[in-house]
Write a protein that binds this ligand. Sequence first.
Ligand code: GDG
Length: 471
Amino acid sequence: MGYDLVIVANRLPVDRVEQPDGTSTWRPSPGGLVSAIEPVMRADDGVWMGWPGGTEQDLEPFEADGLSLHPMSMTAEEIEGHYEGFSNATLWPLYHDLVAKPEFHREWWDTYVSVNQRFADEAAELANEDALVWVQDYQLQLVPQMLRELRPDLRIGFYLHIPFPPAELFQQLPWRRQLLEGLLGADLVGFQLPGGAGNFVRLVRQRVGHKTHRDLVYLPDGRTVRAAAFPISIDAAGFEELARSEEVTSRAKEIRAALGDPSKIFLGVDRLDYTKGIYARLRAYAELLEDGALDVEDAVFVQVAVPSREHVEEYQRLRDEIDRLVGRINGDLGRIGRPAISYLHSSYPREEMAALYRAADVMVVTPYRDGMNLVAKEYVACRYDDAGALVLSEFAGAADELRQAWLVNPYDINGMKAALLEAYRADGKDLTKRMKAMRKTVSHNDVRAWADHFMSELSHVRDKHGKAVRP
Ligand code: GDG
């Protein structure tokens, strides 16, 4: 027996937890995607396919918390070529405006193709007749077409969590045409922003030569593909509930006290990734201390940098750079018991994140490029007190919705300094007005709305355009 809904993602929505007795169990991984898709999966008899991490082979399907999970094993060579290589050292920097230089290696591409094929083969086995398959993200862009070849009866959706670049950048890829054709195997291709959808449709017209009209692509076989924006969001009510809990409230106070009760706490929370603009933001903050606009007796910057992709060279280099910068800033500007920057290279439970959000007076989110940025939305959801300031990069997808933040260009250090200072000095009335408006946006457009919208568009897309060819 198969499934009516198959979620195909690079990772499974659970993490392995080693027990003291040497056995291991699974714990749901933190993140909005699971909570968004979980209700749909339960309702529709769904399964989630993905890599559980590690190199263990021949893993058996299992259930965790009532969800059917189908683990995909990866060998060390596949992890190197597909995940660390083509996904994270070629596509990731290329799709993020060349913030780092992408590497092009033919062996990485070959592994990317073979891993995508394995995922497509497995999805084809798992899906019932006429089932719905939803493929997630840049690691699996070839799956839609590969799957359609095997199973033309399926409805196939694809969602890209990161930006889709303009033609000038995408064109550099030696395998640009294969990737576009891979995506065109889907009935519906979803992007964070309308700009990404527009870039995709334009490229398909120019590079593949298909006819397009607005958000539709017309294929020679009569099929229609729709490309549209579905800005992702968070479980806003869940975060608010967590933020209101006694545990989080008292932990937020504890954090403040442990930092020496500063009058203002600045906060950054990011995966340690070069797209996130951590270096520039810390420099801007340090200059404000040097200029005397801020004082370590009054203010502290807490930067949480969550370890990420530690086997990829560019990430190792970034870590060294940030370590050095933080050391220098604290050495030059800190005083006893008063570091300028409280730097944490670690990941934390959701409760601790919520407590940090509640403790922070100024949340600083300054990526050079980011598909959406959920941290910005989580901060807003946790501020049920309508206090707190958000400094947000114009180049994060979230800036399209969170217009009342202090919007900054992360390449403009002086501009960032000015915005940090304005947010620091803003009066309560101004903060309340801005936060109220942003909270309304986030609670209205939550992750359930996102998943429901995508799924309902996917189930309608072929009916509307009526061009599906049934075998
Ligand atoms: C990609 C796109 C897009 C982080 N550290 C911890 C932790 N987190 C959680 C955050 C947040 C998520 O991870 C990070 O999401 P972001 O959106 O900020 O960034 P990416 O990881 O780059 O995500 C991005 C997203 O996909 C979704 O489409 O928005 O643009 O790049 O939820 O809270 N959670 C816990 N401990 C941590 O230490 N529990």
